[in-house]
Design a protein around this ligand. Structure first.
Ligand SMILES: Nc1ncnc2c1ncn2[C@@H]1O[C@H](COP(=O)(O)OP(=O)(O)O)[C@@H](O)[C@H]1O
Ligand SMILES: [Mg+2]
Length: 178
């Protein structure tokens, strides 16, 4: 599939980008699903391609909608986090803007969970799913130098955590140490 589009990444406030995209998601998920947002004012700035982040949120929202056929709630949050070495499996130590996306849907078995990022893996009926949503999400997150974690269990809902490297300004030093 496409090569990394690093040249369309811009330095942006994660909250501003997410706020704009959430407005687009409301009609996508439909009336029976509530959306609650909790954007931490300190989430900070990240280098990202807004068009690709739109694809991430859209794919996550469509999956949550499908997992909640009789309604439910989607929660979207941001927060600044610092990960220590080994603290979060698969996430390198460093400063991140954390984007959390969770739903109160049917959740997944461990068996399904282990395959969700595989291209063409779907549990949906023929014509309803392509199995490409989460593999696309995964590659977009990787293109941003980030990482994604998922927690889910049957009937317990699903939570995705996306770690995007946070831009931290290094204070200028008057002189190099001797
Ligand atoms: N929020 C969710 N709740 C429950 N199951 C999910 C959720 N998101 C993804 N899945 C599972 O992961 C599979 C793969 O998702 P995806 O790659 O988007 O493909 P598709 O939606 O076309 O099936 C889905 O078929 C579903 O079984
Ligand atoms: Mg999907």
């Amino acid at each position: 599939m496409g090569s990394p589009q690093t040249d369309s990444q811009e330095r942006l406030g994660l909250n501003q980008v997410v706020e704009k995209l959430i407005r687009m998601l409301v009609p996508v998920v439909g009336k029976g699903i509530g959306m609650i947002t909790a954007l931490d004012a300190g989430a900070g700035e990240v280098k990202l391609d807004p068009g690709l982040i739109e694809q991430v949120l859209l794919n996550l929202a469509l999956n949550s909608r499908d997992a909640m056929p009789s309604g439910g709630t989607i929660r979207i949050g941001t927060a600044p986090v610092r990960c220590e070495p080994g603290e979060v499996p698969g996430v390198e130590a460093g400063d991140y803007a954390l984007l959390t996306f969770s739903d109160t849907g049917r959740g997944m078995s461990a068996q399904v969970l282990s395959r969700i990022f595989d291209p063409f893996f779907t549990t949906k009926a023929r014509g309803k799913g392509t199995g490409l949503g989460l593999s696309t999400v995964h590659s977009i997150v990787r293109e941003h130098g980030g990482a994604i974690r998922v927690e889910s269990a049957p009937e317990q809902g699903t939570t995705f955590r996306i770690y995007i490297p946070r831009m931290v300004d290094v204070p200028l030093r008057a002189s190099e140490p001797g």
